[in-house]
Write a protein of this length. Structure first.
Length: 327
């Protein structure tokens, strides 16, 4: 499909999940230009019509019809984890660029296969890990590189949320539920962001839900080849925590509201040293809008997929599950 380099990219929504309606589509509507919502599909036609009318798009009859729509150049797929892989593959087979929620799939082999498919087709395949597109984390990474806390020794990262309603898809094993798939990606990706993708799992623990058949909490210890470690924690029956700390040889950096940062929030970076503490307030930033803009830019550039970190994350998450079960 040929297109003007500056024309908005036609986007199709495949599934009217909460994150799409509550976060992604409002961000798209507030900052048009890179992407244009062209069509909406849902298992429930009434839902598709409602969302399409709200955001100025067309409702189509179903997922196959959306993938056949010539105005749809790219697809956003926020389906539950166990349902993503077949529809990501179908979208790529239809020649569409794909932005899919995290995790990209529930299985590392499937993630790798989809990455290979996108690469061979010259299509963009992005896992929607929005927080890495927030400027606060690049600011912190620059601090570490400049020696603000000496040599980095270890990372601690946690993402936990309060209990979910009984009918929430996160509590359904058939839909890829559980804290590992739903929440571990945040602290694991933070470890990758600062240490790189080549991390091994030294040990892990998962807590099963007594009734729903999914893991409800977990912890893991990761290690980079240079000896720097990362302790990651995640859970779905907790006080809300979204934080990481970087501990170095001469200081520590703490970031709160790290992973689901509201667009109006002004990040506060805390730097602790032996004799004093610094608090640095950064400008507000919208990582959701940034993600959409950069996805559109990648589509305009013609790909290819940039999936190495997603493939590595899928491997790490699978290794956490294996280590926990072995333990």
């Amino acid at each position: 499909m040929t297109r003007e380099a500056t024309a908005p990219v036609g986007l199709g929504l495949l599934g009217c999940a909460d994150i799409a309606v509550r976060k992604v589509l409002p961000a798209l509507a507030a900052a048009p230009g890179g992407l244009r919502l062209a069509a909406v599909a849902s298992r429930t036609p009434e839902k598709a019509k409602e969302v399409a009318a709200r955001f100025g798009a067309r409702a189509v009859a179903g997922y196959p019809e959306l993938l056949a729509d010539p105005e749809v150049e790219s697809v956003y797929i926020p389906l539950p984890p166990a349902l993503r892989a077949p529809w990501v593959r179908a979208a790529l087979d239809a020649g569409k660029h794909v932005l899919a929620e995290k995790p990209l799939t529930a299985d590392p082999a499937e993630t790798a296969a989809l990455a290979t498919l996108a690469e061979s087709a010259g299509l963009v395949l992005w896992e929607n890990c929005m927080f890495v597109h927030h400027s606060q984390h690049h600011y912190v990474r620059a601090l570490v590189a400049d020696g603000a806390i000496g040599e980095l020794r270890t990372i601690q990262a946690q993402f936990t949320i309060p209990p979910r309603p009984a009918d929430d898809h996160r509590l359904r094993p058939d839909l890829g539920g559980g804290a590992l798939l739903d929440g571990a990606g945040y602290p694991v990706r933070a470890a990758q962001f600062f240490l790189g993708d080549e991390l091994t799992v030294l040990g892990a623990s998962l807590k099963p839900h007594p009734a729903h058949g999914v893991d409800i909490a977990g912890d893991a210890l990761l290690r980079h080849a240079d000896g720097v470690t990362a302790h990651v924690g995640f859970g779905m029956e907790h006080f809300y925590v979204s934080r990481y700390q970087l501990l170095g040889s001469t200081g520590r950096i703490t970031v709160e509201h790290a992973f689901t940062t509201p667009p109006a929030h002004r990040p506060l970076i805390r730097i602790d040293r032996q004799d004093h503490q610094e608090l640095r307030t950064l400008p507000a930033d919208d990582h959701c809008a940034n993600t959409l803009t950069r996805f559109a830019d990648a589509v305009r550039a013609g790909g290819p997929a940039d999936t190495a970190t997603s493939v590595a994350q899928a491997r790490i998450v699978a290794a956490i599950r294996e280590a926990a079960h072995a333990g």
